[in-house]
Design a binder for this molecule. Structure first.
Ligand SMILES: [Fe+2]
Length: 417
């Protein structure tokens, strides 16, 4: 398994053991509230990644409370009160969501699952738990495990499940790719409001440290499709360099042709150092002043010189809720806005884990998020952690293993093209 000791993969033996421990403890503590009323839940997901070594790649489990004792089993239970079935990767994204009992959270989570995986891969829920106390307990179990459940480390399997295999090949070729409608229009609207709120509060047209300006931004930073592109270009353990917002009205663009590498000696390395994902919170058209990119310019492995032209540049046109991700030092600039209104964007800039960041990192959001957020805040690698007593060898080995597996799977993606 590819985790630190306090984390686990979804539906692994360690995950199941933790579910059992949690339920045994909580059913005792909540005995009066549960009132001796039995309930049971079973889950079964197909297409689990092969390294999980589940029979027929089907990952499953069930739990049953008989009114007194709880049992947790590896087998599916056809007679459980509630039965949840579907695709492993989509279920894993749901399993990483923390805060399920917040008002409207379940509905919003399912809405975003649909945006990422399509409606056919959504988990199907049959039956229900009639007792609100049982529902609450299972919600807390979900969050308890969610804070400890890691992303699928098999990059090729994950990319395939998210429909991103071609995007990863395209990104190697051109230096960028677009993920269309990776979030729902409703969520794009929520993020736009949160962004404008932060900009207005600070009376500015651009702002850094956006991760700390609202739950909406935290959830966006965890977008599973964006994470897969980051892993594919920067490797695991990539960290947030900066997370910024820009508000732009009509007029010429004010960011000229550039690469996102700062102080990187030329020629740039052949591997990517930095990647930036920009979220479109309105429809992007040539008139709205989108980012322009010169496809393949990353192959020059240098920054544009003063006065060097815009030959071959293309405007990034995409509907609201999409993102463009560009990397490897590809040339790009901010386009002119020829239509009225404003463009509001979030720029998520990630660095390969061996590099320093622009923004200092704060760990406040960790308790309400899955380990994936900790990874991008540098929690899972050994940098900045050496203590008087020595190096963090556990994190060193963990990241080394993740890099090896990710490299192997990326080669698989590119070589089978
Ligand atoms: Fe840039």
């Amino acid at each position: 398994m590819f985790t630190l000791p306090h984390q686990f993969e979804f539906l692994s033996d360690a995950w199941l053991d933790e579910a059992r421990r949690f339920l045994e403890r909580e059913t005792v503590q909540r005995k009066d509230r549960l009132g001796g009323r039995p309930f049971s839940v079973a889950e079964r997901f197909i297409n689990a990644p092969p390294h999980m070594t589940c029979a027929d790649n089907v990952a499953q489990w069930s739990m049953r409370y008989d009114g007194d004792k709880v049992t947790v089993a590896r087998e599916f239970d056809e007679n459980a009160d509630q039965r949840i079935e579907g695709d492993y990767q989509a279920a894993l994204t749901a399993a990483q969501f923390v805060g399920l009992l917040a008002p409207g959270a379940m509905k919003a989570m399912l809405r975003e699952l649909r945006a990422v995986y399509g409606k056919d891969r959504l988990p199907r829920i049959a039956g229900s738990l009639p007792d609100p106390q049982a529902n609450e307990l299972m919600g807390h179990l979900h969050d308890h495990l969610g804070r400890r459940t890691v992303e699928n480390p098999d990059l090729a399997h994950r990319a395939a499940a998210q429909g991103l295999t071609a995007n990863i090949r395209e990104m190697e070729e051109t230096g960028y790719t677009v993920i269309e409608k990776a979030i729902s229009p409703d969520f794009a609207e929520d993020v736009r409001h949160a962004t404008l709120r932060a900009l207005s509060e600070h009376n500015t047209i651009s702002l850094q440290w956006m991760l700390y300006h609202g739950r909406e931004i935290e959830l966006l930073a965890l977008n599973p499709k964006m994470m897969t592109l980051i892993d594919a270009s920067l490797g695991r353990g990539a960290v947030i360099a900066s997370l910024s917002a820009i508000r732009k009205g009509p007029g010429p663009g004010f960011i000229p042709n550039h690469t996102d590498y700062s102080h990187v000696p030329e020629p740039y390395p052949e591997f990517a150092m930095t990647g930036v994902g920009v979220w479109a919170l309105e429809d992007w058209t040539a008139a709205s002043g989108p980012t322009w990119i010169i496809p393949g310019s990353h192959r020059m492995r240098r920054a544009p010189r003063p006065g060097e032209g815009h030959n071959g540049g293309v405007p990034i046109e995409m509907p609201k809720g999409s993102a463009v991700y560009f990397t490897s030092g590809v040339w790009h600039w901010q386009g002119d806005r020829t239509e009225p209104g404003e463009r509001v964007t979030l720029h998520m800039h990630y660095n390969r884990g061996i590099l320093r960041s622009l923004e200092p990192k704060k760990v406040d959001p960790l308790h309400r998020n899955p380990p994936r957020l900790g990874e991008m805040l540098g929690e899972d690698d050994w940098f900045d952690k050496m203590a008087g007593i020595g190096r963090d060898h556990v994190r060193f080995q963990h990241m080394l293993q993740l890099h090896k597996f990710t490299d192997q799977k990326k080669r698989e993606i590119l070589e089978t093209a």
